[in-house]
Design a protein around this ligand. Structure first.
Ligand SMILES: [Zn+2]
Length: 418
């Protein structure tokens, strides 16, 4: 499978060339808007075909702007993509205005940017501009990885920092893992994530609207004044970064755990269900926060897992919280809704409710036959703390050496720091 990521890199631009980058970005944005205005056929309908739009606007863009040829092509291509999605929305009956570009960015491809490990050169309205990178360890680790192809990017100007960034798109081919071992993961509010191998990723009081930022945000929201709104915007940026940091750590640790247990799959619940399960219908702010955070977490999991060749599968979660992962008995009274503790009415199995659910989520992928909807593995294995379980309930313990390896650096119940 192809793994693709975008790495934002801050640029060190020579003072005298900043103006060239600014003008390039603003002319690029103008070219996008021009395409929306003038990319019409004889009946006045939007043109959604790239070669037709080329004939219609390319020469105008060359005349109207100082952009080099390939930046004109990228600008009308970007506009066409936006027009297509607008038209698709119209066809669904949604009213929506024509796309209008205000973002301070320009799209670069291999003809207009040369990306090296520590520097780049970018085409502009005034020749090429050479820039150095301002790098952290995170960016370095990707730029130094020779397996990644780095040929595209988007140039951004961030007003709040007065700085240019190149968002470098990196790509590599990763072989999907063979094997049928699954790590089950339950995502929830109490713990952020619990795995079938028995790790609890507790966000502490950092997440889910219990943190300092959230409380301040909510008290400000009631005021609704202009200055309150300004503070709010700054605050929510900080809060988002703060929460994202935690989610990055948690998703990375989950993927490392899947790797340590030789898993080829990670099973999680479908997002729609997580949304339904959140018991906060009368708290809009909190609900939005949860939705956003869970979506981010699942996306992070997917792309981090892909780097290891591990696939993330979404499982319909019906009854995963009320079913006994040991004997399969299902009852709404198995789980204490107040404490979240699970105790099977039938076999007496007593276990943390989220931990039990994580096993069920993994078991669904293991036991549902291939080709059935939703497709499962049919005869895979579920990774547990001390061994694996197959779809017939047969348990295989890890050998001592395996167990040693898998327990290395194993997270236990605790607040996860970065
Ligand atoms: Zn049971």
């Amino acid at each position: 499978m192809e793994v693709s990521r975008t790495i934002p890199v801050k640029l060190d631009v020579p003072d005298e060339r900043c103006v060239d980058l600014h003008r390039t970005i603003s002319q690029f944005t103008h070219a996008c808007n021009y395409t929306v205005q003038h990319g019409r056929n004889d009946e006045g309908l939007l043109i959604l075909n790239k070669s037709t739009i080329h004939d219609e606007v390319y020469h105008d863009l060359r005349d109207e702007t100082d952009l080099p040829a390939n930046l004109c092509v990228r600008a009308y291509s970007k506009a066409v993509e936006a027009m297509k999605s607008t038209v698709a929305d119209w066809k669904k009956g949604n009213s929506r205005p024509l796309p209008r570009f205000t973002e301070l960015s320009a799209v670069y491809d291999k003809r207009t940017v040369t990306i090296k490990d520590r520097s780049a050169t970018l085409s502009t309205i005034n020749g090429r501009v050479a820039v150095d990178y301002v790098l952290g360890d995170y960016q370095k680790s990707y730029l130094d990885d020779e397996d990644y192809e780095k040929r595209m990017g988007t140039l951004h100007y961030r007003e709040d920092e007065d700085a240019f960034y190149l968002h470098i798109v990196i790509k590599k081919e990763v072989e999907e893992r063979d094997g049928d071992t699954v790590l089950g993961v339950d995502l929830n509010l109490k713990n952020v994530a619990v795995t079938s191998t028995g790790s609890f990723y507790d966000g502490g009081t950092l997440l889910w609207g219990q943190n300092h930022y959230f409380r301040v945000r909510r008290s400000l929201q009631h005021k609704g004044t202009r200055s309150a709104k300004q503070v709010l915007r700054r605050l929510s940026g900080r809060e988002n970064r703060f929460v994202l940091n935690r989610l990055h750590t948690i998703s990375r640790r989950i993927v490392e755990e899947a790797d340590a247990h030789d898993c080829s799959y990670i099973a999680v619940e479908q997002l729609t269900h997580i949304r339904e399960r959140m018991d906060n219908r009368n708290d809009r702010v909190k609900r939005q926060m949860h939705n956003w955070a869970f979506r981010e977490l699942q996306e992070m999991l997917a792309y981090k897992a892909a780097e290891y060749g591990i696939r993330v599968e979404q499982i319909p979660p019906a009854f995963t919280s009320q079913t006994c992962s040991k004997c399969g008995q299902q009852s709404s009274t198995n789980r204490d809704s107040k404490t979240g503790w699970f105790e099977c009415n039938d076999c007496g199995y007593s276990i943390d409710g989220d931990y039990n659910a994580s096993k069920n989520i993994g078991l669904k992928l293991v036991t549902v036959p291939e080709g059935k909807s939703p497709s499962g593995l049919g005869d895979g294995h579920l990774a547990l703390k001390s061994g694996t379980l197959n779809g017939n309930g047969e348990y295989t313990a890890y050998s001592d050496s395996e167990a040693d390896r898998k327990s290395t650096d194993k997270p236990t119940t605790s607040v996860v720091g970065r």
